[in-house]
Write a protein that binds this ligand. Structure first.
Ligand code: HGY
Ligand code: MN
Ligand code: MN
Length: 412
């Protein structure tokens, strides 16, 4: 199939990304558009309008994943799938996730503009709740679709306002009741996700596109420390059951235990809730997050399984419990897809290099169902999960041209 006619529109793609960045815009060119919120739905409606312009069919599944489909000459053929997520971190950037959805839309728009009908149908998906920041669990849309857990598995997870995941999902689906429904699941022929690198390698190497070989493993835990609240002025320090002091001991012990001179093991405590959170009351209930990552599954299992013992040993007067909420094992992408992406980069005459992903992505769960791969574009100084996140229009366009070429090859 001739790539020459398949030309994506850099301007259309950039304008759409900037229009979406207005929905949930925060200071410093950032975006706060969290999963299953009214802002999320507002952005979805905008993208639905663009998809309708090129005649793509629109549907939503029971996990609220949003699907766009263009038919192929052989409607019975397994589709080629592309996409990413539309939700952001609380202090997110304009490109993480949403770039992959808009790049997928741009690729099918370019095929439409070129009058190219591929043999296989092509689908673009926006996965629900990849970031996980609102409810403390990521990739619930792609995990539901891949059959890793049922859609009600996370019903008891609550956001900071106490809204449960199940309630938020039900409200979201009700608000989108006018959109045709689609069965959960499916087996695509292949999946490619375009995403910003969120690391410094491509920019430092002066390379246009990353051909992603795989994704390291990630494990998320919630540690709960239970003490006793008391008066800050009248209760002797010696007799206190101070949950915040013991939580700090646990975090310090974990930090020491997870220290890796090679800086390959990644240990992060990014979220903490202190109750009653009053300056003159001793804390009686503290929860904090643990995000642990490593490319070696066995090593990650061993280190993650040690967390409970380390936390218990750190307790002086309080009790603690550790709950694992998210476990994404390392994945190596299918050679057939990695090679197709590399060939597509050659066809687009863009420089490319193979690299692994430090961030997790929905592709981690899709690869359990179908041969998958990812395309990275450079992130300025590797900054992400930060309003200063930036990739240039030309860099984003190069990635999308490679995506379009790869989709064309895989769908032919
Ligand atoms: O945390 C991650 O790796 C992803 O960016 N949500
Ligand atoms: Mn992302
Ligand atoms: Mn992210």
């Amino acid at each position: 199939m001739d790539n020459a006619k398949l030309v994506i529109s850099e301007a259309r793609q950039w304008d759409r990304l900037m229009a979406l960045a207005e929905i949930g815009a925060i200071v410093g060119d950032g975006v706060n558009r969290q999963a299953l919120t009214a802002l999320d739905r507002q952005a979805r409606r905008l993208v639905i309008g663009w998809a309708a312009e090129i005649g793509a069919s629109v549907s939503v599944d029971a996990a609220a994943n949003l699907w766009f489909r263009v038919e192929g000459s052989d409607p019975a053929a397994a589709p080629v799938l592309t996409g990413s997520h539309m939700d952001t971190q609380p202090k997110g950037g304009r490109f993480d996730g949403i770039y992959g959805v808009i790049a997928g839309l741009e690729a099918i728009a370019a095929l439409h503009d070129a009058g190219i009908v591929t043999r296989r149908p092509i689908e673009v998906v926006a996965w629900t709740n990849e970031e996980g920041c609102r409810f403390g669990i990521g990739c619930t849309g792609s995990m539901s679709w891949a059959g890793v857990h049922p859609t009600d598995f996370w019903d008891d997870r609550r956001d900071l306002a106490g809204v449960g995941y199940g309630k938020a999902l039900a409200e979201h689906l009700a608000a989108e009741a006018d959109i045709p429904r689609r069965a959960l699941g499916g087996v695509p022929h292949a999946y490619i996700e375009a995403h910003i690198e969120q690391g410094p390698l491509l920019e430092a190497a002066g390379v246009d596109v990353g051909v992603v070989t795989g994704i390291q493993g990630s494990r998320w835990f919630t540690v709960t420390v239970q003490g006793e609240s008391a008066h800050a002025g009248t209760s002797p320090v010696r007799g206190r059951k101070d949950a915040l002091q013991d939580a700090m001991r646990a975090i310090s012990a974990l930090s020491g235990a997870m220290d890796d001179p090679a800086d390959v093991l990644r240990f992060t405590v990014g979220h903490m809730v202190v109750l009653p959170n009053a300056s003159n009351s001793v804390a009686d209930h503290v929860t904090f997050s643990v995000d642990l990552r490593h490319p070696d599954g066995a090593f990650l299992t061993a280190r993650g399984d040690a967390i409970t013992g380390i936390v218990d040993a750190a307790m002086t007067t309080c009790t603690a419990s550790v709950h694992e909420g998210f476990n994404a094992q390392p994945v190596v992408f299918a050679a057939s897809v990695v090679d197709a992406i590399e060939a597509a980069a050659e066809a687009a005459s863009v420089s490319h290099v193979r690299l692994a992903s430090g961030a997790f992505h929905d592709a981690q769960f899709v690869s359990g169902v179908a041969p998958s791969g990812m395309i990275f574009v450079p992130s300025h100084k590797g900054i992400s999960h930060n309003p200063a996140e930036f990739s240039s229009s030309a860099q984003l366009a190069a990635g999308t041209q490679v995506l379009a070429n790869a989709l064309l090859a895989l769908a032919s």
